[in-house]
Design a protein around this ligand. Sequence first.
Ligand code: URA
Length: 206
Amino acid sequence: MTIFEHPLIQHKISILRDKNTGTNEFRKLVEEIAMLEGFEALGDLPLQDVEIETPIEKCMTPMISGRKLAIVPILRAGLGMVPGVLALVPSAKVGHIGMYRDEESHIPHEYYCKLPNPIDERIIVVTDPMLATGGSAVDAITQIKEHGGKKIKFMCIIAAPEGVQKLHEAHPDVQIYVGHLDRELNENAYICPGLGDAGDRIFGTK
Ligand code: URA
């Protein structure tokens, strides 16, 4: 697991946590944090040499192959992180996985899955701002693997220790990137201190 210690990320997460932060600012901050995290998490993107003509001469110079990246947000809160990662790699493909949590049991169920095809050659960044019980992340990544996904990264903003452990146990090959590791889950499976319901705060619902 990689925890981002960068002061800019920590500062922005603190503003996200504030219950008085409104939807517009919340959404922008989620985007910015995703971009800052993505910058680090994509440090191993493959480069390929391409020929460029500078005003002086032709040269071979490395460029990222955007076709090699897929971003897969877990609906719906994961959507909020997509623009931040796309700002870094505009030509990335975007898949979607829809999971909802049973209000009583907190067990995740999948209701939608549409992924770039083929996906096996791509680096896949799964986004969800909150890694709580880990149930949705584990199931989403299982789905992606069933579709052929191999090199998978999971990027969140806040994680609970329970979620990190569950995800790591189920998918030890998946690199987990976390903005801040919080204390624990409460009895309703919310992260403490957390920031509340990330989807509701991004989309202004409730
Ligand atoms: N999902 C959220 O949006 N917030 C939590 O605290 C846990 C899961």
